[in-house]
Design a binder for this molecule. Structure first.
Ligand code: GDD
Length: 316
């Protein structure tokens, strides 16, 4: 029964590849998915969009979300990710929609940064390590503050890394899965990475979206950690990806110091107990299956694009 209003990010080129398969011509019959122009740095735009669409749930997934890029664009990141969250909350307040709308804020395991406790749970103190994470700390606390000050149904999901074949190529998991696929097909011969020792709690994105939705169906608003409770290194991801294409990563992967971050987040591990107990949610897919799913999707995409076949001419 949902009507979904999505917001295209401000950008001179439209960045809709990941939702093109959902797009419906707005002039057709029984259309339930609409896209609007949106800009997290423009309060007038956000107020008007919310007034026009009268949503019952708002999911704020908008952000400059790349940690490394935030060191290059710290002011824009603070504006879009930090103040952008404030603009949405203020829009709800200005429009007097506090009783009719539920608000989800995409918080992140990057809030824990240099971890103060392992594993990380809802009460673990934050120690952000990048302009991105500092902006997200603001987004997190302003959401809590508007809940406590104005009684909004506003919650933060503290999501650990979540991946799928739709992950952007600039993030490490997709970079590895696509790299392994291209090397297998003879389209590339090296894969340059930064820190191989960084450890993350990686889960499967579709399951995490279900967790977000569950948070907004609760009787009372609360914040939740969402993760698998298991940890792996970038090196582990590389190993399983290259195993899947039957190649030795030592022959292809090199470390590029340029890709190592000014301040690194070395180790993140979720304690998702509260989500299991209150949302009935837990991660299902294994790490190995996640890696294999991503590599397999990239093998198929690269085969389609290049006309090459794994195991055929041109492979190593
Ligand atoms: N991107 C990238 N590229 N990361 C690399 C590379 C590389 O070539 N080599 C090693 N890494 C390491 C990073 O230094 C980091 O420790 C780890 O791989 C994961 O990096 P990303 O995949 O870029 O993700 P992230 O953990 O920094 O942040 C992602 O997850 C957060 C938590 O959900 C982003 O999606 C954030 O927006 C999100 O908040």
């Amino acid at each position: 029964g949902y009507i979904v209003h999505g917001v295209k990010r401000r950008s001179s080129s439209f960045n809709t590849a990941r939702i093109d398969h959902l797009y419906q011509d707005p002039h057709g019959e029984d259309v339930r998915f609409f896209l609007h122009y949106g800009d997290m740095t423009d309060a007038t735009n956000l107020i008007r969009l919310i007034q026009e669409t009268q949503p019952s749930e708002i999911y704020n997934l908008a952000a400059q979300s790349h940690v490394q890029v935030s060191f290059e664009t710290p002011e824009y990141t603070a504006n879009a990710d930090g103040l952008g969250t404030l603009r949405l909350l203020e829009a709800i307040r200005i429009l007097d929609m506090g009783r009719s709308v539920r608000f989800y804020q995409a918080s992140t395991s990057e809030l824990y940064g240099q971890v103060q406790e392992t594993p990380q749970r809802e009460t673990t103190p934050f120690y952000p390590r990048s302009p991105y994470a500092v902006a997200k700390v603001y987004g997190h606390w302003i959401t809590v503050n508007y809940r406590e000050s104005f009684g909004l149904f506003a919650v933060s999901g503290i999501l650990f890394n979540h991946e799928s074949p739709r992950r952007g190529r600039e993030f490490v998991t997709r970079k590895i899965s696509e790299g392994a696929a291209r090397i297998k097909l003879g389209l590339d011969d090296t894969l340059a990475l930064g820190s191989l020792d960084a450890r993350r709690d990686w889960g499967y994105a579709p399951e995490y979206v279900d967790a977000m939705w569950r948070m907004l169906q609760r009787p009372d608003p609360a914040d939740y950690v969402i993760g698998t409770g298991r940890q792996h290194s970038v090196r582990d991801f590389v190993r399983i990806a290259f195993q899947h294409v039957q190649l030795d990563p030592d022959d292809f992967v090199r470390v590029d110091p340029e890709l190592v971050r000014p301040a690194e987040v070395d180790s993140l591990l979720a304690d998702p107990t509260k989500a299991r107990e209150e949302l009935g949610w837990s991660a299902r897919i294994s790490f190995e299956d996640l890696v294999r799913t991503m590599v397999e999707a990239d093998l198929e995409a690269q085969e389609r694009a290049s006309g090459r076949r794994r195991g055929g001419a041109g492979t190593r």
